[in-house]
Design a protein around this ligand. Structure first.
Ligand SMILES: [Zn+2]
Length: 241
């Protein structure tokens, strides 16, 4: 575009331009849970949660671009040990999504031998869980997006596990939205220190042998990513004008 045209537009529609600037492209921080050194859960077949998280985050990033958002990965090099450094690194983002994969309490785990290795597995629970913190400064917006993500995942054929609400040691995470698999987990550091609405997604349960096989498929990751991105496109939609 020629400079004279830009000057013309600036002259006739300063207000419109300013409004466009203030509604820049929505930026979603996509946090890859855990680190290479402390990689979180171990799947039923011995893969690290960090690797699952990174693969899922990459697909979510691509799906966010496809709905017109910008995605900024956090901790994708596996070296970000300080949790608050993660949220501080993306203070300017519009939304913070932390991606994890789930396990279950030790009493539900058994052992089996896979590829010559003795590993823990648990098939009792299956499905996704979503978390929000009541200590996040933007709880209503966090909850709105968590519910929208849960609804989209259910619509895409996935189901909430709901096992984190069990009244047992290590769980007891009350429901914020039971039908859509959303719990309160107030002291999760990335949720309470996020500078914007924030949701943590346990994508599925990788100690469950069936869930693990499904979750490592590219097609499954893409389906989940698409559901998440389409949900965020709805809950983060800015009013026109
Ligand atoms: Zn995790």
């Amino acid at each position: 575009m020629k400079l004279s045209h830009l000057a013309f537009i600036a002259t006739i529609s300063t207000a419109v331009c300013l409004s466009t600037i203030s509604q820049a492209v929505t930026l979603v921080a996509v946090d890859v849970g855990h680190t290479l050194e402390k990689p979180g859960a171990t799947s039923a077949r011995g893969e690290t949660e960090f690797n699952f998280n990174r693969a899922m985050a990459e697909k979510v990033g691509q799906a966010l671009l496809a709905v017109g958002f910008t995605a900024k990965p956090v901790g994708e090099d596996g070296k970000m040990k300080d949790l608050q450094a993660r949220t501080d690194a993306v203070a300017q983002a519009d939304f913070f999504l932390s991606i994890h994969h789930d396990s279950m309490q030790p009493q539900y785990l058994s052992e089996w031998v896979y590829n010559g290795k003795t590993l823990a597995y648990g098939d009792r629970f299956s499905g996704f869980s979503l978390f929000v913190s009541r200590k996040n400064a933007h709880l209503p917006a966090s909850l709105k997006c968590a519910s929208t993500i849960g609804r989209a995942l259910i619509h895409a054929g996935f189901k909430p596990s709901r096992h984190h609400a069990e009244p047992i040691l290590g769980e007891n995470r009350p429901f914020a939205d039971k039908p859509n698999g959303v719990h309160y987990y107030d002291d999760l550091v990335v949720l309470k220190t996020a500078h914007q609405p924030a949701v943590l997604m346990e994508t599925g349960i990788i100690v469950n042998r069936g869930d693990e096989l499904m979750l490592r498929e590219t097609a499954t990751r893409e389906k989940i990513a698409k559901a998440v991105a389409s949900a965020l496109a709805v809950c983060l939609a800015k009013p026109a004008g």
